[in-house]
Ligand binder design. Structure first.
Ligand code: GLU
Length: 281
């Protein structure tokens, strides 16, 4: 089977050395296996994504010496694919509209004296899960803003026990229930990171997902969505995260570490690749 990898940045800022490492890591994995390397632009969030950063991503990766297959998939151009997945989950009775504001959720958690901590923060206390079907329909029909949440308990019952394969750690038992009822479509965006990444990896035929170890826990959710949507499960290879000299994870605010500023400071592509520790591709 041909190995297909991808690098999937969001155009919310200039790429930095951590992104360079992640892109080189994915390209190298494809190269080593005689496979294919894809670029995907994860631009579902119109409030944070900018086209100048999208353009800069291709420029910076090409400057580094990377080549990827075209056309590049831009998530904002494929909203019907995510809608189809939502329809399927809705047909199975696995999602529900959530009308809560952040404040509603915070107040409910405070009133309950706390909430279990999931990998991404406090678990949603289920306020909208119990709204009767008729009221739900009416509030949606009258245009009340709502997100769509996965009914996690029902989804886990439907899917049964699941696991996924980590390239270095072997078989990992998925525990998506830790996250509670996650948002699959946001109020202002008709999809979410978890839904679009899972659908896209399947539609693009990605066989080896390489990404930072900060997304290790999220893989449990992606595995569950694959099971519910009848999608294939790729192999996963999570890599370490690059840090600055003080040991902090590189972030988009670290202007000095952007590929662009290194280039403007006169560094060569080979030097920047060497800075990531993945010089030879
Ligand atoms: N777009 C995600 C990010 O920039 C990466 C998603 C993934 O590789 O699964 O963190």
């Amino acid at each position: 089977m041909t190995v297909v990898t991808r690098f999937a940045p969001s155009p919310t800022g200039y790429l930095h050395l951590g992104h360079a490492y992640s892109a080189l890591f994915a390209a190298q994995a494809a190269h080593d296996a005689g496979g294919r390397f894809l670029l995907r632009i994860e631009d579902i969030d119109p409030g944070r994504c900018r086209s100048e950063f999208d353009t800069a991503i291709s420029e910076d990766l090409a400057w580094l010496g990377l080549a990827w297959e075209t056309p590049v998939r831009r998530q904002s151009e494929h909203l019907p694919d995510y809608q189809a997945a939502l329809d399927r989950l809705a047909g199975g009775g696995l999602i529900y509209p959530c009308f809560c504001t952040r404040k509603d959720i915070a107040d409910e958690i405070a009133a309950a004296g706390g909430a279990p901590q999931g990998p991404d923060g406090p678990v949603y206390p289920g306020i909208c899960r119990t709204i009767a079907a008729g009221e739900r329909r009416e509030r949606v029909a009258t245009g009340q803003a709502h997100a769509l949440r996965l009914d996690m308990a029902a989804a886990c019952r439907r899917a049964g026990p699941l696991s996924w394969q980590d390239d270095s750690r072997g078989k990992i038992a998925a525990r998506p229930e830790r996250f509670g009822d996650i948002v699959l479509a946001r109020k202002e965006v008709p999809t979410s990171y978890h839904l679009s990444v899972t659908v896209d990896d399947a539609l693009q035929g990605v066989t080896l997902v390489t990404r930072g170890e900060d997304l290790n826990d999220a893989t449990d959710i992606h595995r569950l969505l694959q099971a519910l949507l009848g999608l294939p499960t790729p192999l996963y290879r999570h890599h370490r995260l690059l840090t600055d000299t003080r040991g902090r994870r590189l972030a988009k605010r670290d202007r000095a570490a952007t590929i662009r500023s290194l280039r403007e400071a006169g560094r060569t592509p080979a030097e920047v690749r060497a800075l990531t520790g993945l010089a030879a591709t």
